[in-house]
Design a protein around this ligand. Structure first.
Ligand SMILES: Cc1cc2nc3c(=O)[nH]c(=O)nc-3n(C[C@H](O)[C@H](O)[C@H](O)COP(=O)(O)O)c2cc1C
Length: 186
């Protein structure tokens, strides 16, 4: 049986992910790209990867700058995801989508209000079909409280209620144990 691109998209759409915006400095401007083909790779050294389409402008920018940020979007940042999934030459009005940025000491743009930020330095690249896998070392991280924006079957979602274990009533209560602070480690 031959798998079509549509079949492949549908199957991959079942794999719910978070949503990130990859940020890279481009001659003093912030260039951003929405990406969910992002994952951790290694603990020692700390490595992550992101897969970038050869046609994306970000592809050339990552090769040129060799440093980028990965901003994990919070559930109220859908407009920012949509904004950076479009491809104007330069993103002129990020504030209209609610996006504003700080800079790290390396000049990498950091998105305000993101759930987490990872500052990355390019380690290696691997060509893979019509995408390039950018593997990068994590130099710094920032983590904030909050809930993530999710992407599932082509739609944005928010996280639902925690699912308890089915193996017993005691374990079914487990998701709330941390909140009551009774010291049990589940
Ligand atoms: C939820 C979501 C996830 C995406 N993930 C990726 C991805 O992992 N890699 C990629 O190359 N494009 C991804 N895209 C598409 C890019 O965001 C889009 O092509 C963008 O316009 C590229 O911008 P650029 O040309 O300025 O780099 C995604 C789009 C959406 C909406």
């Amino acid at each position: 049986m031959s798998v079509t691109q549509s079949d492949f998209r549908k199957a991959m759409g079942c794999f719910a992910t978070g949503v990130t915006v990859i940020t890279v400095d481009r001659a003093g401007e912030v260039h951003g790209m929405t990406a969910n083909a992002f994952t951790s790779v290694s603990m020692d050294p700390l490595l992550v990867l992101v897969c970038v389409d050869h046609r994306a402008r970000t592809h050339a920018h990552l090769h040129a700058r060799k440093r980028f940020g990965v901003n994990v979007l919070a559930e109220n940042q859908r407009a920012i995801s949509e904004y950076y999934a479009r491809s104007p030459e330069i993103h002129q009005h990020p504030e209209e989508a609610g996006a504003s940025f700080d800079r790290t000491a390396h000049g990498t743009p950091v998105l305000h209000g993101a759930l987490a930020y990872l500052e990355c330095r390019l380690h290696t690249t691997q060509e893979a079909g019509d995408h390039t896998i950018f593997i990068a070392e994590v130099e710094d991280v920032v983590v904030r409280e909050g809930e993530p924006l999710l992407f599932f079957r082509g739609d944005y979602r928010s996280v639902g209620a925690p699912i308890g274990s089915l193996s017993g009533s005691e374990n079914q209560e487990a998701p709330n144990l941390g909140k009551t602070g009774n010291g049990r480690n589940t």
